[in-house]
Design a protein around this ligand. Structure first.
Ligand SMILES: Nc1nc2c(ncn2[C@@H]2O[C@H](COP(=O)(O)OP(=O)(O)OP(=O)(O)O)[C@@H](O)[C@H]2O)c(=O)[nH]1
Ligand SMILES: [Mg+2]
Length: 365
């Protein structure tokens, strides 16, 4: 297998578990042993040291990376260093402490330790009805990711909640995890297939994942389509209904379109029309895979989309609104202009040498 998944924190672990169930090589990393123990399918687990769980205080996770980054690098060296494993997706929630705190640092260290591999970030954004601290953690984590030269595929719990508003929290999480891993597993399957009509292979997928910026994956079943003439619109709608954050249509740099269906259906795809929702029209690079084995599936992978500023502005608005509410409900509370003051840090700074020290230093404030 050429692609693996690393899950960090509880949400990341759940996704790694789902991936392991689909036969994708997977590792789970967490400060909480209890969370690691709850994973049923992923076999390789790393328990970070220094605190049993982090309790959403991401600064603590950042501090504790001093004692844990080498553990993580060695763990990944042992489990995923085989040269054939070229792409590693690192999944984590941005709202908690463990995943959101350690993943941006770890991603940067992993990129410098394993330059031959391509790392992709899969951060999970909180729903709008989650606690303010979750939203603050999200903004900080996304801010740290935005400076990295990496492809970011943000799963959006709020988007899933809006589309499936009848779902309970657990059902929503399961749906998002399952849908993401399902489309990923399908993509992997297609990249290993032969087709005389042209394939989307591992190297093409690698090109898509190498692109800095925002990415999404989506799929549609052509059997659900009442009017095959509207195929382009259906595909565009699949982008809107994916589990990933709403996209900015200013530009798309790379795209992969996997089509599996009859020749008659294929005639309805028109790439000019499909990509005309983007201000730049066609992507710079388009990878097509055409297979005629099933009744019909179209899978899209887009990368190099603009940063999700509109979605993050929404998160910031929730934080600011939350501060005002606090002021009204409790007269003794003085809101701080700097929201970082709302959080506690209890871990002592420790000094330790190491090749990743510069990276670590950057994250500690
Ligand atoms: N999509 C999805 N989101 C999840 C899942 N579990 C938790 N979340 C999201 O992640 C947030 C909590 O983050 P966790 O992953 O539990 O946090 P953590 O990284 O373990 O950090 P701490 O527990 O604070 O140390 C929730 O508020 C949700 O937004 C999951 O299985 N799937
Ligand atoms: Mg946790």
């Amino acid at each position: 297998m050429y692609l693996g998944v690393i899950g960090i924190g509880a949400a990341g672990g759940n996704i790694a578990d789902e991936a392991a169930l689909r036969g994708i090589p997977s590792l789970a990393i967490n400060f909480s042993k209890q969370d690691l123990d709850s994973l049923l399918h992923v076999e390789d687990k790393l328990h970070f040291v220094g605190s049993e769980g982090i309790g959403k205080v991401r600064d603590n996770a950042i501090m504790l990376m001093k004692n844990n980054w080498e553990l993580a690098v060695n763990f990944i060296k042992t489990k995923m260093s085989t040269p054939s494993l070229e792409i590693i997706l690192v999944c984590f929630s941005t709202a908690g402490g463990s995943g959101g705190g350690s993943s941006p640092i770890l991603l940067e260290i992993l990129q410098s330790e394993f330059p031959e591999k391509t790392f992709v970030a899969v951060p999970i954004l909180p729903a709008n009805n989650e606690a303010i601290i979750n939203q603050i953690n999200c903004l900080e984590t996304m801010n740290e990711l935005s400076t990295q030269n990496i492809s970011v595929f943000p799963i959006d719990n709020e988007k899933v909640r809006t589309i499936h508003n009848q779902y309970s929290k657990n059902k929503l999480y399961n749906y998002a995890n399952h849908e993401f891993i399902e489309v990923l597993a399908q993509i992997i399957t297609y990249t290993n297939k032969f087709s005389k009509f042209g394939v989307l292979d591992q190297k093409d997928l690698l090109q898509i994942f190498l692109q800095k910026g925002i990415g999404i994956m989506s799929r549609i079943n052509l059997s659900d389509m009442p009017n095959s003439k509207q195929l382009n619109e259906y595909i565009q709608r699949s982008w809107k209904k994916s589990v990933f954050a709403p996209i900015d249509y200013k530009q798309v740099i790379k795209a992969g379109i996997i089509f599996d269906g009859t020749e008659h259906l294929l005639e309805n795809i028109n790439f000019d029309e499909l990509f005309n929702v983007f201000a730049n029209g066609m992507p710079i690079d388009l990878f097509e895979g055409t297979y005629m084995e099933s009744d019909g599936t179209v899978i899209s992978i887009l990368s190099g989309l603009p940063w999700i500023n509109e979605r993050l502005a929404q998160v910031e608005e929730i934080i600011n609104k939350g501060k005002v509410d606090l002021e009204i409900s409790n007269n003794t509370f003085t809101p701080k202009t700097n929201y970082r003051n709302l959080k506690s840090t209890s871990v002592q700074k420790q000094n330790k040498g190491g090749s990743a020290l510069d990276i670590l230093k950057k994250y500690q404030r």
